[in-house]
Design a protein around this ligand. Structure first.
Ligand code: ZN
Length: 224
């Protein structure tokens, strides 16, 4: 095994030296000698540069534009039909993926990752946080899409509430059960749903569900 070059800032050279790093005056670089332990010198290992690494952003899902999606659901409490909302993301959306460390001591890459696009549309659920701009857009459609605690999920997320009685309408049945408000299984069902395109950036921490047939083309395009 060859030696491993390090990225040691000048101010930390003495520390690196005390931990076993050697100086190569020709190449002007600190390095771990052939066969020596990486150990605590791992913090100075160069960051892999074969792809663009970034520090974790505040929101792990982003899209240049998005759709507010409207559907109808039965309220479990008052049995009335109520309007419910979610988001649909276009093919251009991206998810931030963390670099997976093979070695635990390789602390330099902690919190680093890159944006990945899967190239297909997705339906948003379990929204734990949203950028203020997206919250503002959603409030143009409804005041009942708001943070609430879910016993099923064991956490707080942006949840729909019945427009008649205010009961919480959790994401699980609407998103995970075929035929649920946001899980259309036929063109007829999708035709009762509306999409409103928002030409602004989408930023959130949420889940995204993909379907081989999401029936999006059968949904009605809503006007402003
Ligand atoms: Zn109700």
């Amino acid at each position: 095994m060859a030696r491993i070059d390090l990225d040691v800032p000048y101010s930390q050279k003495d520390e690196a030296k005390s931990l076993g790093a050697r100086w190569d005056p020709q190449a002007k670089t600190w390095y771990i000698p052939d066969g020596a332990e990486v150990g605590q010198l791992a913090r100075w290992l160069p960051i892999p540069n074969d792809f663009e690494l970034e520090h974790e952003p505040e929101f792990l899902v982003r899209s240049p534009y998005y759709y507010v999606m409207e559907s109808l659901s039965d309220c479990w409490k008052c049995n009335a039909l109520t309007r419910v909302f979610s988001f649909k993301l276009p093919e251009e959306h991206e998810e931030f993926q963390y670099i997976e460390d093979d070695e635990e001591e390789f602390t330099l890459t902690r919190g680093l990752g890159e944006w990945k696009s899967h190239g297909h549309r997705g339906t948003v659920s379990n929204v734990h946080s949203l950028s203020p701009r997206v919250v503002k857009q959603m409030h143009r459609f409804t005041e009942t899409f708001k943070l609430a605690y879910s016993k099923t999920a064991g956490s707080r997320y942006f949840m729909n509430h019945c427009q008649h009685c205010g009961a919480k309408l959790g994401d699980f049945f609407m998103h995970s059960e075929p035929g649920g408000a946001f899980f259309p299984t036929s063109p007829e069902q999708a035709n009762k749903m509306f999409l409103f395109r928002i030409n602004e950036k989408f930023d959130a921490n949420c889940d995204i569900r993909y379907a081989t047939d999401d029936f999006m083309d059968y949904m009605q395009i809503g006007g402003e």
